[in-house]
Every structure is written in C-alpha cells, then in structure tokens.
Ligand binder design. Structure first.
Ligand code: KG4
Ligand code: ZN
Length: 418
C-alpha cells in the first residue's frame, strides 16, 4: 500500500471528469449518488431501513450497521447504473466520515477507502452536516441548469451567499439542530457554529412525541400531516426551560440566545397525555395502525380525537416558532445575506410556510432543498465534496469514522461578552 498520508491519484485538470461518487451511511439510510461538478445529480439512490427500525420506534445501531453491510454494494452499483457511468469515469470517491453512529459510519468509510484505493482515485471526507448545507446549494445549481435566466423560480431563490454577509444555515434533523454561518472565499467554504441544541434534536422530539401518541415512525411526517387538522393554540407549551438551561455560568448571553432545548416540550407532552388520560385512545390507535400493512399518516386521522389533534398542532407550532425566532435572530446578529434551511425536519410543510413568510417580510432570501434532498442522501455528500476536489483537500487512506465530529468553530463563548 502507498503511504497512507498521501492522497490518491489526483484527477487531471480542474476536477477531471467532475463526476464524484458520494456515499452516506451515517444513520439509517444506505445511500450512494453520482453528482457532476457539484451541481447536477445524475443519480441519487437511498435504501431506507425505516421498516426495520419502526418496531423499535428509533434507530437500533447494531441493526443499522448490519443493514449497511448488506446494502452498500447493491446501492453503489444502482447509483452508477442510474447515472449511466462506470467506476472508471469517476474523478473521486466522497464519503461521510462523521458525525453519526460509529458502526454505521465505518461501513461507508471502509468501503469508500477500498474503492478509492482500487480505482486510484482521491478519497474525500465529508462532514454529514456540511452535506446537509450543500443539499441546498445543489438544489440551487440544479435549478440553474433547468431554468432560463428570467425564470421566476430562479428569482425567488437566492445566490448563495447572495451579498456581502455570510449565509446562515439551520440544519435541523433527527440527530442535529445546529445554526451555522457559512462563508465562501476563493471556492473554499468555512463555517462558524453559532447555535445548537443542549439536549434532543428537533426531529428526535417529533419522533418521540409521535411514538408517545401511538403514531408511526419516523414521527415527523405523521405530525406534519396531522397538525393542520388541529388547533395550534389548544395547548400552551412554555419555552421557559430553554432560557433557564442556556444561562449557565461561562456561557455568554450572546451565545445563549441561539441555543435550543427540546427535551422539555417532550416531557410536557407526556404530562398532558397523563393529565388528560389519553392512554386508552392511544392504545386503540396503536393497535388499529398495527393491523394495517404499510399504515400511512392519513390512516391515523380518523383515529385521532380533537384533543389529540390540538396537542399535535400545538406541539408542532411551538417547535417551529422556536426554530424560526432563533434562526432569524441569528441571521440579524451575524448580518446574514441569505438563509439556508436543511435536514429532515426542513421537509415539514408548516416550517416551510412560516419561515418563508418571515423571510419575505424581512426581505431575506431563503432556500430549502427538495424534500428528497432534505432527508439523508448521498447527493449532498458528493456536492459538498466538489469544492474540496478543486482545492485538492483529500483524505488519507488511514481515514477513520468520527462519531461526534463537529463542523466549524464553536462561537457560543464570544470574546468580550459577559
Ligand atoms: O436528516 P434526516 O433524514 O436524518 C438525520 O440526519 O437525522 O432527518 C430525519 C428526521 C426524523 O427525525 C424525522 O422525523 C424528521 O427528520 N422529519 C420530519 C419530516 N420529515 C422527516 N420532521 C418534521 N416534518 C417532516 N415532514
Ligand atoms: Zn442527516
């Protein structure tokens, strides 16, 4: 084997063929995609393990690793086939190296290392969270390819970053709720972590409350579909606990403004269920849905009474309002030129409507990925790898998975405050 610190076979010219194979196995989706020059997905294959984890109401790490092992080879083959390219056409192999489940990440990293070595192509390590941010950029570039310069869809979507300030990115998923500033200088992206959750991620709260109410897994799409049928003012959830937790000694007031906490609202929902004795109806609903094969959110609607629908609508509204207020406050504080919202929860319809409404009112350009690019996928990993390929930012063959990998410099303890 060559020196493990040396990058592998650099492509000729600016990125060679420009075709990057992306591989993503950080959680419960085995995904592979071929993306051309960071701007056009030729394929985007996702093998979901949803049905395997659904009976447990959450991802079981050992099962996830086993399924990735089973799926990785056919998924990569399908991605190449769908793109109409061969291994020899690739300029580089990109892989998520963290954060995520250690065993799950290792499957993708080991496979990508072997492939890059065998093909004599560069290996590019991508942070999963950076991938989510680049899903928005990929969406924007794809639209540029598909539309004429005067097209209204193009005008409604911002250049990124669109002015002198950074882009402000909210990455909100089952594992993360993070706010980043994102800057591009001479083709290289740098990030500052300006906000994060102190406990549960927003998507985790959606999943846990859906499980509590006897709905399906993952819970986000179920709550998204049921919330419009309930009164969002029916239950008043306090966000006081968030503020209290954030004001810890050593945390600046400025940094604490952009911290999230979603474990309190989950407990409040549980208390509401106990106080109003919703357990019998929950059990009835759980049993009725279990009897249907492939139950969908629409099947749950006739099984929910008004009190339950009010709880669901209020829960969703409270979380979205909290995300919205802190995201726009951060955008103002950091002089953001545009807003990028990504991650599984960014597929939420009410979130999109309320964020877009406020962005329009403030004159701040906002962009979301398509729902398919919002949840975990490998096209976003290949897109994030493109600027790294141009900058020859290659990983060595001793690359390892890093379960708690961070993105960007943490900015919560800002100098000069408190
Ligand atoms: O980005 P993702 O696929 O995986 C992680 O990196 O976590 O996000 C999955 C999360 C789950 O918690 C799921 O319930 C949530 O995204 N989610 C949604 C919606 N679709 C997926 N949450 C709210 N509304 C949705 N429509
Ligand atoms: Zn994700």
């Amino acid at each position: 084997m060559s020196n493990p610190r040396q990058p592998l076979g650099p492509p000729q010219g600016a990125g060679g063929s420009g075709l990057i194979l992306g591989i993503e196995t950080s959680c419960d989706e085995t995904a592979a995609a071929v993306v051309e020059r960071g701007g056009r997905a030729l394929s985007n294959v996702v093998a979901s393990q949803m049905e395997i984890h659904a009976p447990y109401g959450g991802v079981v790490p050992e099962l996830a690793s086993r399924e990735h092992l089973r799926n990785i080879v056919p998924v990569v083959r399908a991605a190449l086939l769908q793109a109409g390219v061969s291994f020899a056409d690739l300029s580089a192999v990109a892989v998520t190296s963290g954060p995520g489940l250690a065993g799950a990440l290792l499957v993708g990293v080991s496979y990508a290392k072997s492939l890059a070595f065998a093909l004599k192509r560069p290996l590019i390590a991508v942070n999963h969270l950076e991938g989510h941010i680049h899903a928005v950029l990929l969406q924007r570039r794809e639209m540029d390819c598909e539309t004429a310069p005067g097209d209204a869809r193009r005008q409604a979507s911002p250049e990124i970053p669109s002015g002198s300030g950074p882009a402000l990115a909210l990455v909100v998923s089952g594992g993360h709720t993070h706010l980043y500033t994102a800057r591009r200088s001479q083709g290289v992206w740098t990030y500052g972590n300006v906000g994060r959750t102190l406990d549960d991620a927003a998507g985790e709260a959606f999943d846990k409350v859906a499980k509590l109410l006897g709905l399906g897994y993952p819970g986000g799409p179920w709550i998204d579909a049921l919330a419009p049928h309930g009164d969002p003012t029916a239950v008043s959830f306090s966000s006081g606990r968030i503020k209290q937790k954030a004001h810890r000694p050593g945390w600046s007031a400025e940094g604490a403004r952009f911290l999230f906490s979603f474990s309190g609202i989950k407990t409040a929902a549980l208390r509401y269920v106990q106080v109003h004795d919703l357990y019998p109806s929950i059990e009835q609903r759980r049993r009725a849905l279990a009897m249907l094969s492939g139950a969908r959110p629409a099947d749950a609607l006739p099984l929910c009474d008004n009190r339950t629908l009010g709880l669901i609508a209020s829960f969703q509204r409270t979380i979205i309002d909290d995300l919205r207020q802190k995201t726009f406050a951060a955008a103002e504080t950091f002089g953001a030129s545009c807003l990028l919202v990504s991650g599984g929860v960014a597929a939420n319809r009410e979130l999109r409507v309320r964020f877009t409404g406020e962005a329009v009112a403030r004159g701040l350009p906002i962009a979301f990925p398509s729902p398919a690019l919002s949840t975990d996928n490998a096209a976003m990993i290949a897109a994030a790898a493109w600027p790294k390929l141009l900058a020859r930012d290659f990983a060595a063959l001793d690359l390892t998975a890093e379960a708690s990998m961070a993105l960007g410099e943490p900015m919560e303890r800002r100098a000069g405050s408190e």
